[in-house]
Design a protein around this ligand. Structure first.
Ligand SMILES: Cc1cc2nc3c(=O)[nH]c(=O)nc-3n(C[C@H](O)[C@H](O)[C@H](O)COP(=O)(O)OP(=O)(O)OC[C@H]3O[C@@H](n4cnc5c(N)ncnc54)[C@H](O)[C@@H]3O)c2cc1C
Length: 479
């Protein structure tokens, strides 16, 4: 654990009189910074950010920024019910209703600052409808709110890593009074503030913490885009260290199936249900198509993560590449491997040729003759017969050379474990008491369990960033 400090030692203490000190400038941190200044233009609001200005924005900068909302900026039907179903009832219903209640006004607020919404096609071939997104994706949120915050006089300090919390008092009297940090020249310093607001993301950039949470193979799992590497969880640990309760499912994460050869962000391969998946031993290990891809990809990712080296290969024949809109769902910039025989394909992949051939033979024998009713746009029920594990949909034989393979690894989008907050974004202890002076929003707060209800993470960062800023400003006025 990273040590948190009681009253600071006298060393390079900054003389600033800070009202709200925000750590991190993704969706949560920037919405908080702008909101704080909107409430009181005279407030002294400071944002400390690990990255350079160009790279600011963590995961948000790289995000597709889809929202679980309608074109009219209203929450999608069944918002709360889906949240409950996906998370197995473990997400705090009060938090979820607050998220829904504030979602429309938050997106209108974002729009009022110049962010433009549009309906964007999804990368699932079974999803017929586009989803609400943003022109320019998450980068547009970061650039727009960043500019607005600068215009309002928020002070940004880049290449500054916050590594712990300053506190005074003990037990229920404990209060967060500031942070300590390391600047770009390696100099350590401390800053005091009336309110500290943590918006520093999850820990998808910290292999050691992921290994502790998810077990072996964490060392083979990379963030789905480079922004995640800035999120290393120091402040989640620091907050826990001073008594914050954990929340969210610590053993889990939101993963995506990506082509590990690609250097593109979010190089997803969402066409895996149309072929078979084998591991590095040439064996199938999962039902590739137990439902539509949007329903099952998280589960399949977890299975891939448990395979040796976190690697699988999508094996198919040419018909995979002929599926309409294949490119919309396969976002890698790398060509599939192709070979005239399965033996040759196995050699290219460095997989045992006999194992791969026998896996494909067994699969082909289990496919229904004539492959009746294949329909790539819906769960077509074209299942294997008598095969373990089964393939429940889109089971077509792998027969026509050249054969095709695409490597797939699970990449971490964000981690589920974080600190507990209430509906006001106040950080709570195990006893449900607020740690005075401390707020948190976005990925670093735990809410998700089991399966991620898609297109809710940017939304909750924006909504609760603003909620936290309101609370922090009110607390400042009360002092
Ligand atoms: C490729 C991709 C696609 C996605 N698509 C979607 C989508 O369509 N819809 C959706 O809802 N979600 C999506 N997500 C997830 C979503 O973008 C993020 O979960 C959300 O934006 C996180 O916002 P945040 O403000 O909590 O954290 P971030 O945006 O990650 O910001 C955290 C900031 O804190 C900084 N920081 C971290 N530690 C420190 C420290 N110790 N000191 C100082 N600064 C620090 C980081 O540098 C970073 O700037 C996607 C994510 C990715 C990567």
């Amino acid at each position: 654990m990273i040590p948190s400090r009681s009253e600071p030692e006298a060393r390079s203490v900054d003389p600033h009189d800070i009202d709200v000190l925000i750590v991190g400038c993704g969706a949560a941190g920037l919405s908080a910074a702008v909101s704080a200044k909107e409430q009181d233009p005279a407030a002294n609001v400071v944002v400390l950010e690990r990255s350079t200005r160009n790279e600011r924005g963590g995961n948000t900068r790289w995000s597709s920024a889809y929202f679980r909302m309608t074109e009219e900026l209203r929450p999608a039907d069944g918002f709360d019910e889906d949240f409950a179903a996906f998370t197995g009832g473990a997400a705090d219903p009060a938090y979820v209703s607050r998220l829904r209640e504030l979602s429309t006004e938050t997106l209108r607020w974002l729009e009022s600052h110049g962010v433009r919404f549009e309906m964007v096609p999804m990368f699932f071939l079974t999803a017929r409808k586009p989803r609400l997104g943003i022109a320019g994706g998450g980068a547009a949120i970061v650039d727009t709110l960043g500019r607005v915050a600068e215009g309002l006089g928020v002070e940004f300090r880049y290449e500054t890593t916050v590594d712990g919390l300053l506190t005074s008092g003990a037990g229920s009297e404990r209060q967060v009074t500031g942070v300590h940090y390391t600047d770009r020249d390696g100099r350590r310093g401390e800053l005091r503030a009336t309110a500290v607001l943590l918006a520093s993301g999850g820990y998808e950039g910290n292999v050691e913490l992921m290994r502790r949470s998810f077990g072996e193979n964490a060392e083979f799992m990379k963030p789905v885009a480079r922004g995640g590497s800035f999120n290393q969880g120091e402040l989640i640990e620091s907050a826990i260290d001073i008594g914050a309760a954990r929340a969210g499912e610590w053993g889990n994460f939101h993963g995506e199936p990506v082509d590990p050869r690609s250097h593109m962000p979010e190089a997803v391969v969402m066409t895996f249900p149309y072929g078979i998946l084998v591991n590095a031993d040439g064996e199938r290990f999962v039902d590739e198509a137990s439902g539509t891809v949007d329903e099952i990809y998280e589960e399949v990712c977890r299975s891939i993560f448990r395979q040796p080296g976190n690697i699988a290969y999508l094996i198919a024949d040419q018909r995979l590449l002929e599926i309409p809109d294949f490119d919309r769902a396969t976002l890698t910039d790398q060509n599939p491997y192709q070979a005239e025989s399965l033996e040759h394909l196995a050699k290219v992949l460095d997989v045992d040729a006999r194992a791969l051939t026998s896996t494909v033979d067994a699969y082909n024998r289990a496919v229904q003759p004539g492959e009746p009713g294949f329909d790539h746009t819906a769960a077509d029920g074209l299942c294997t017969i008598g095969l373990q594990p089964p393939k429940s949909n889109w089971a077509r034989a792998v027969v026509g050379a050249p054969f095709v393979a695409i490597p797939i690894a699970t990449a971490v989008c964000f981690t589920f474990g974080g600190v507990a907050v209430d509906q006001e974004s106040r950080v709570l202890t195990e006893d449900g008491m607020w740690i005075r002076g401390l707020w948190a929003a976005g990925e670093m707060t735990g809410v998700y369990h089991r399966k991620y209800p898609g297109a809710t993470s940017v939304l909750r960062s924006l909504v609760f960033g603003r909620v936290a800023a309101r609370g922090a400003m009110l607390a400042g006025r009360a002092v």
